[in-house]
Structures are given as C-alpha cells and as structure tokens.
Design a binder for this molecule. Structure first.
Ligand code: PLP
Ligand code: COI
Length: 341
C-alpha cells in the first residue's frame, strides 16, 4: 500500500477517478450481494428511468485520517437513514443500513491509498447514490436499480478555505412547500444549476434560498444549511419542512449544546432579522463550516460583524471541535466516529 502521489494540500472540490467503486443491483424485488469493480463507466438503456424522469438520489460523507493514523468516517448510519427517507419519497427501494455502511467501508478500504494524510486539509469524499435503470416511458418508477459508491479526494468546497464568502439571495426557489426539499434527490440540484451559475456570474459564491411560500424566512443554500450566532453567543439554525436535514448541522447543534455548553435554537429565522446576528456560516459535509461575511440582496447588503477576513469566534470554536472529533483529536459522543481501518 502506497499513498498516491497527489499535492493533497492544494486539492479543490473536484472529481478524481479512484481505483474501486461498489455496485449492487436491485432486480426482481431484491438487492444482490454487491461487489467492488474497477470500471467507472455505466452502460444503460437510452430510456432508463434516471435519464428520462430523474429518478436518482445520493448521499455525501467523508473519510478522514486521524491523528493516530486510522481511517474513519463520521455518522454513516445517519446517511443511510436519510437515503432511506429519500428512497421512499422517490418510490425507490431502500438500502438496509448495514448494507449501506458495508458498501462505504468496502469502498474506502479498497481506495485507502487515496485517503488524504492527516493534517493535509483534504479528505476522501464518499458519494453513495442510487438510480432507476430499466427502460420506462410512461411516467412511473423503475423496477430495477443500481446502488453505487465512489470516492474522490477533495479539498475545501469554497475557494479560499476558511476565508469568509459573499453570497446572494436567489430570486428562484429551491424547493416547493410539501415538495422534495427535505430529501437528497438529484432533481433538487438540477433545479439549482441555473441559480448557482447566475450567482457565480454575478460574483457570488452561493445562493441563499428563502421559503417559497412567503419568501420571508431563511431556508438554506444549494448544498449546505445555515447557522447563525446571535450577539450573545446563541447558535441559531433555521427550521423548515423544506430544508435538507444536514447531519453536520445536527451534529454541530449537539456539539454546541452538550460539548461547548452553548445555547442553541432550531427555529424559523426571518430574513428581516439577519442584521441582528454576529456570525453566519454554511454547514455541510462538503462545506464543513464555511463562514459567510456578507449577504447581498436586492435592497442592499448585510455585513456580519465577524468581517471578511476570518471566521467569527463562535463558528471557529464549533469548527475546531467538530473537525477535532472527526480527526480523532477530541473524543466525541459515542458512536459518531466509525473506524474503517
Ligand atoms: N443542504 C443541502 C441542500 C445539501 O446538499 C447538503 C449536503 O449534503 C447539506 C444541506 C448538508 O448536509 P450534510 O451535513 O448531511 O452533508
Ligand atoms: C455534501 O455536502 O455532501 C453535498 O452533497 C453537497 C453537494 C452540493 C456537494
């Protein structure tokens, strides 16, 4: 075993083909045993349900090298649970949690040479996904599916790493009330491609989406939940039925309350109260916690007192504690860190 010759510290968030991927097929009402393969190509019917009606969903988690040289991942059981919720909403078969975790473990082990070293700032991103594969022309779910897992080494999601970003408020909505905003369906990301390109063309790193019914409440971005800190140090995260229940956000709330003794609130957040907060950040597997320095909207801009140079003090404390748990420097709550090898 030899680590790949990669400039780990300068990786961005991009795809790099690694050696092995896991695939399991669902046919005649059941999953096969699944296996690792080295072919990264997928051949399917031109009329596959995923190609015609976007029947696809995914998850995202990371493998980390800990301070003492182990390879671990973080709360994969919650990714399995969320994928099951997504699958039910999309009329797809559920992957049992044990099978999901076994697939993740097998894929990471097989690609151990691609797991970035401790201290490099990079991690191995793990992408489990599932799609409807057989031909379907009337609008209905597929009968045959593939569940796959691939991995790719990644650096920070936003250029500049821990430097605060500027975001804008999208004129488009991310998710409908009673729609699919709370699940990890590919279709949610397809709809965000035009708004994110508009944001980038206008010089912004991301979009803030508001609640589609009233456009008065903060929801999330295209790929992360929001986290705010009040001037007296309370951590606040928006609550809505159309937000993806981020595992990072849920973990941070626990860390804030139970490890750091902070006050936390999970509640509706009005756009009109954003100017009262001291700090703002985006949290997610890819984003980790990315500080937001400024939000530009059609009537002006909101500049957080934490500024554009560095993370605010509370977000920094949360970041250090969460990444400390993930990299084995800090003992986290029982069961959060799964040892792979
Ligand atoms: N919100 C959206 C829309 C996402 O795509 C993601 C990424 O998974 C998140 C939030 C963050 O979720 P998690 O912390 O589980 O990665
Ligand atoms: C993740 O954080 O794992 C995601 O799926 C976000 C994605 C937009 C990269």
């Amino acid at each position: 075993m030899a680590k790949k010759d990669i400039d780990w510290s300068n990786l961005g968030f991009g795809y790099m083909k690694t050696d092995y991927r896991y695939v399991s097929e669902f046919k005649d009402g059941k999953w096969d045993d699944g296996k690792l393969i080295d072919d990264d190509m997928i051949v399917m019917s031109e009329c596959a349900c995923v190609l015609q009606y976007a029947q696809t969903c995914f998850e995202g988690l990371k493998a980390y090298t800990t301070e003492d040289g182990k390879i671990v991942c973080f709360r994969p059981d919650l990714n399995a649970e969320r994928m099951a919720d997504t699958a039910k909403r999309l009329e797809m078969p559920v992957i049992p949690t044990d099978k999901f975790i076994d697939a993740v473990v097998q894929t990471v082990k097989a690609n151990a040479d691609w797991v970035p070293p401790y201290g490099s700032g990079a991690t191995l991103y793990i992408r489990p996904y599932m799609f409807g594969k057989n031909p379907v022309i009337g609008v209905k779910p597929a009968d045959e599916y593939e569940f796959r897992v691939f991995t790719t080494p990644v650096g920070p999601y936003f250029k500049g790493g821990a430097k605060p970003i500027t975001i804008t408020v999208s004129d488009f909505d991310r998710a409908a009330p009673r729609g699919t905003g709370n699940i990890k369906a590919g279709l949610n990301y397809a709809m965000s491609l035009h708004p994110i390109m508009e944001a980038h063309r206008n010089g912004f790193a991301e979009n803030m989406y508001l609640d589609p019914a009233t456009r008065t409440k903060v929801e999330e971005t295209g790929g992360a939940n929001f986290l705010f800190v009040t001037k007296d140090g309370t951590v606040v995260t928006p609550k809505s039925d159309s937000i993806l229940p981020s595992i990072t956000r849920r973990s941070l709330m626990t860390v804030a309350e139970e490890v750091l003794g902070m006050k936390v609130e999970h509640r509706e957040v009005l756009f009109s109260e954003l100017g009262d907060f001291a700090e703002c950040g985006l949290c997610g597997t890819a984003a980790v916690i990315s500080p937001v320095g400024k939000i530009v909207h059609k009537d002006g801009e909101i500049c957080f007192p934490s500024g554009m140079e560095e993370m605010g003090p509370t977000i920094k404390k949360l970041y250090d504690t969460l990444t400390g748990i993930q990299m084995g420097r800090i003992e986290g709550p029982a069961g959060w860190v799964k040892e792979i090898m």
